[in-house]
Design a protein around this ligand. Structure first.
Ligand code: DGJ
Length: 700
C-alpha cells in the first residue's frame, strides 16, 4: 500500500513501513510496521537519503556518478514529479520481479544538464519486500557517461551494524560471514562477469532490525556499506562500477537492475520473507509451483567415460529405484572425452550416444524416465568446428593470447550473431532430443572482455543483456522445459538467473557434511525449491569423506533431491534403501520442496526443518557437527511449528514416537536420537551422524 501526505510517501507492507520524503529525497523511516497518523516531524532525517551524487557536501559513497560532456561530474537533482502505478512497470531488457505490486516512481532533474533520475519502488505486500530500481534519462542534446548507477541506496542512522555476507569459492559457496566494520567502508563485489561463488550479491545489515538486500542481476555486482563520520550507515547495491563506463546518447535512458530490500525482526523472519518473495515474484513459468522431479545425473557416476549401453543401464536402475528424470551430463557431443574440446559443437557424438542423442533419449524414455541434457551454451573450445569456422565468435582481444580457463573460451554474447547461434544451438538440442530438462552450465570467469563495436566499459553489462535476451528467447520457445542453472556448481546463484531457471545446482561439493553450511548459507536468501541437492557416492569425490547413505539423503532433502552416482554400482542393500528414500521423498515432496524451511542450530548440531504451510506436518533433518568421547547430548530447538498444537514426533525408519506441543519442541532443547556414534564410525569410517524427524500434528 502506498499512502501520500504532501510530499511524504508511506510504503506499507503488512509488517513493515518505509517512509520517503520525496522533495528532499530522504528516508524518514524504514522498519517494523507503524500505525497510521504519524507526521514524522519528530524524526531527525540526518541527511539519510535514497540516492546521492557528487556536487553537494555529502562525500559518502555515491549512488549516481555521471560524467557530462564538458568533463564535469557534479549533479544536483531536484524533485520534479511523483507518480504511482497500479501495476509494476517492466524494466527494459532486464529480468525483474513481477506480480501485483503498486509502484512509486519519483523523478528528480538536474536542470543544468537536463538529466532526470528516476527512482522506482514496488511494494510486494505478500512478502514484505520492496523492489527498487533507478534509471537515468539523458534529455539533453549531448551524450553523457554513466560511471556508476546503483540500484538502491539506503541510509540508516547509527554505525553499530553487523554486516553479514555469503562468501566462498568453488565447492564452498555461500558460507555465512559476519563482521562489524566500525567506521569505514566495506565492499562485497564480483568482478568475474558472474555473480560468483566468491561473493553472493545478498547482504544482511543487522541492528535492532535485520535488513536484507539482494540484486536481480547475474553479472558484476557491488554492495558497499559505508559508516561515515556523521554517524550514518549507507548501503548501496548495484552493478559494479569496475570497468564500467556507459555512454548514454542524447534522448536515451540507462536502467539499473532491480534491487530487493526487506526488513524483518530477525534472520529467520527475513529468510521466510525472502523465500516467499522469490517463490512468488521471481521464479516463473510452468515450474513455479510444480513439484520437481527426482533426477539421476550421470556426472559423478561416469564423468566423460560412458557409452549408450552404460547410460541405458544406469537409467534402467534409476527407474527401478523410483527416479523420474535421467540427466545426461557433459561429454555427449563433438569428440568430447575430457574438457579440452568440442564446446560449441552441439552435434551428437555418434559413438558415445549409440547413434545420436535422439536415439539415446528414446532409450532412456523407454525405461519410463524423462530425459534431460547438459549444455554449456555460453562457451567455445578452441578445438571445435565452431571455433575453426568462427574464431571471432570467441570472447578474446585481437593480437592478445586469450586467458584459458578449464581449457575453454567464452562466446561473445554481446554480439547479436552469437546470440542467434546460441539460441539455435540450444533449441536444436532440445527439439531433436525431446529433452524435458536442460542443465545450463557455465564453467569459467570472464577475462578477455572484448567485442567488435562494443565499448570496453560497456562490455560486461552488454554481455549480460545478451545472455538475458538469449534466455528469454529460448524459454519462450520451450516453456515446458525445466531449466537448472549451474556455474561450476553455485557460481551464478542469484535472482537474475532464478528469473529463468527455477532451480540451480547449489555446489559441486556433494559431501553431505560440507553441504550443511553451503545449503544453510544459501537458504538465507533463496528457498529450498531453488537448490539442487544430490546424494552422491561414498567416499565423496570432492573430499574423500565417508557419510552414511541415510545422512546423505537427510541433507539432500533440504533442497530438490537428486542422485549423482552410478546406480549399477550399488549393493542390493543400498538399492533397497534408495528406493525407500525416493518413495518417502515423493510422498512428502510438496512439503519438502514448498513448505517453509528454517535453519536449525543447536549445541554441536545443525540442519533444517521444513514445515507444511498449514503447520500440520514437518520434516526436520539434524546432524551432529562433530564427535568427541563422552560428548554432551546433541540437542536442538525446532522452529516454525504451531505452539498450541500437539505433534507426534517419529524418527524416520523407526517405529517409536513421542508427542509434545509445538511450544515445547520450539523452546526446550530436544535431545537428538542420533545413530550410535561408535557403530556409525565402524560402519562409515567416521561419517556424519544425522537424524530425520517426522512430525505430524495430532491435536490442534
Ligand atoms: C560443472 C558442473 O557443476 C558439474 O555438475 C558438471 O556438470 C561439470 N561441470 C561438467 O563438466
Amino acid at each position: 500500500m502506498i499512502k501520500k501526505n504532501g510530499t511524504v510517501y508511506r510504503l506499507n507492507t503488512p509488517n513493515t513501513t518505509l517512509v520517503l520524503q520525496a522533495d528532499t529525497a530522504q528516508i524518514l523511516y524504514y522498519g517494523a510496521r507503524l500505525p497510521a497518523g504519524d507526521s514524522f516531524a519528530a524524526v531527525a532525517p540526518l541527511g539519510r537519503c535514497f540516492f546521492s551524487a557528487p556536487g553537494t557536501d555529502d562525500y559518502t559513497e555515491y549512488s549516481v556518478l555521471l560524467e557530462y560532456a564538458d568533463g564535469s561530474f557534479a549533479s544536483r537533482f531536484a524533485f520534479t514529479r511523483a507518480k504511482v502505478y497500479a501495476e509494476k512497470p517492466e524494466l527494459p531488457d532486464l529480468p525483474a520481479s513481477y506480480g501485483e505490486g503498486k509502484t512509486l516512481e519519483l523523478r528528480y532533474t538536474d536542470a543544468a544538464e537536463k538529466v532526470s533520475l528516476y527512482i522506482l519502488c514496488t511494494v510486494f505486500e505478500d512478502s514484505d519486500v520492496i523492489a527498487v530500481s533507478a534509471r537515468v534519462a539523458n534529455n539533453s542534446r549531448k551524450p553523457l557517461r554513466v560511471r556508476r548507477l546503483m540500484s538502491a541506496q539506503f541510509d540508516f542512522a547509527g554505525t553499530g551494524y553487523e554486516i553479514v555476507t555469503f562468501n566462498g569459492t568453488w565447492g564452498r559457496e555461500r558460507h555465512k560471514t559476519e563482521r562489524r566494520i566500525g567506521r569505514g567502508i566495506f565492499v562485497n563485489d564480483s568482478k568475474r562477469g558472474a555473480s560468483s561463488h566468491e561473493r553472493n550479491p545478498f547482504l544482511l545489515l543487522k541492528g535492532t532490525e535485520t535488513y536484507g538486500f539482494n540484486l536481480v542481476y547475474s553479472g558484476n555486482h557491488k554492495e558497499i556499506v559505508e559508516c561515515n563520520e556523521a554517524g550514518r550507515t549507507r548501503v548501496l547495491a548495484g552493478i559494479n562500477d569496475f570497468m564500467f563506463d556507459w555512454t548514454l546518447p542524447a534522448g536515451e535512458s540507462f536502467c539499473a537492475p532491480e534491487a530487493v530490500v526487506c526488513c524483518a525482526p530477525d534472520e529467520d523472519a527475513l529468510s521466510a520473507r525472502m523465500h516467499a518473495f522469490v517463490a512468488e515474484h521471481i521464479v516463473r513459468g510452468k515450474w513455479k509451483r510444480r513439484e520437481r522431479p527426482v533426477l539421476f545425473n550421470n556426472w559423478e557416476g561416469t564423468y566423460f567415460d560412458f557409452d549408450a549401453e552404460k547410460i541405458e543401464a544406469m537409467a534402467r536402475e534409476a527407474a527401478a529405484l523410483g527416479a523420474e528424470l535421467f540427466v545426461l551430463d557433459d561429454g555427449w557431443f563433438g569428440h568430447r572425452n575430457d574438457d579440452t574440446s568440442s564446446l560449441g559443437d552441439w552435434a551428437d557424438n555418434e559413438e558415445k550416444t549409440g547413434g545420436g542423442l535422439a536415439a539415446l533419449a528414446e532409450r532412456v524414455r523407454a525405461q519410463g524416465l524423462a530425459f534431460g541434457v547438459w549444455m554449456e551454451p555460453e562457451m567455445i573450445s578452441e578445438d571445435s568446428d565452431l571455433y575453426r569456422a568462427h574464431p571471432n565468435f570467441a570472447m578474446k582481444i585481437p593480437g592478445r593470447e586469450p586467458f584459458r580457463w578449464r581449457n575453454q573460451l567464452m562466446l561473445n554474447l554481446a554480439d547479436e550473431r552469437v546470440q542467434n547461434f546460441v539460441v539455435r544451438a540450444v533449441s536444436d538440442v532440445i527439439s531433436r532430443s525431446g529433452a524435458a530438462y536442460v542443465k545450463w552450465d557455465y564453467n569459467r570467469g570472464m577475462t578477455d572482455c572484448w567485442g567488435k563495436g562494443v565499448a570496453g566499459g560497456e562490455y560486461f553489462h552488454r554481455y549480460m543483456l545478451g545472455l538475458y535476451r538469449v534466455l528469454r528467447r529460448v524459454q519462450k520457445r520451450f516453456p515446458a522445459v525445466l531449466f537448472e542453472g549451474c556455474a561450476s556448481g553455485g557460481g551464478r546463484f542469484d535472482l537474475g538467473m532464478l528469473c529463468f531457471f527455477p532451480q540451480i545446482w547449489t555446489s559441486d561439493d556433494t559431501d553431505a557434511r560440507e553441504r550443511i553450511a553451503i545449503q544453510a548459507g544459501t537458504s538465507y536468501a533463496y528457498p529450498q525449491s531453488t537448490m539442487g541437492a544430490h546424494v552422491s557416492a561414498c567416499p565423496n569425490h570432492q573430499t574423500g569423506n565417508g557419510n552414511p547413505l541415510s545422512a546423505r539423503f537427510n541433507v539432500a532433502c533440504g533442497g530438490v533431491l537428486g542422485y549423482e552416482l552410478d546406480p549399477c554400482a550399488l549393493s542390493a542393500a543400498e538399492k533397497g534403501e534408495i528406493a525407500e528414500q525416493i518413495a518417502f521423498y515423493k510422498e512428502n515432496r510438496k512439503l519438502l520442496q514448498f513448505g517453509q524451511q528454517y535453519r536449525l542450530e543447536g549445541e554441536n548440531a545443525a540442519g533444517y526443518i521444513t514445515v507444511a504451510k498449514d503447520r500440520s506436518a514437518a520434516v526436520a533433518a539434524v546432524n551432529a557437527l562433530s564427535f568427541s568421547p563422552a560428548e554432551p547430548p546433541v540437542t536442538v530447538r525446532l522452529k516454525g511449528l504451531d505452539p498450541a498444537a500437539v505433534y507426534e514426533v517419529r524418527v524416520r525408519g523407526k517405529e517409536t514416537a513421542f508427542t509434545a506441543t509445538g511450544a515445547l519442541l520450539m523452546s526446550a532443547e530436544i535431545a537428538l536420537p542420533l545413530p550410535d556414534a561408535v557403530q556409525a564410525m565402524r560402519e562409515n569410517s567416521g561419517g556424519l551422524r544425522s537424524v530425520m524427524l517426522l512430525l505430524k500434528r495430532v491435536r490442534a
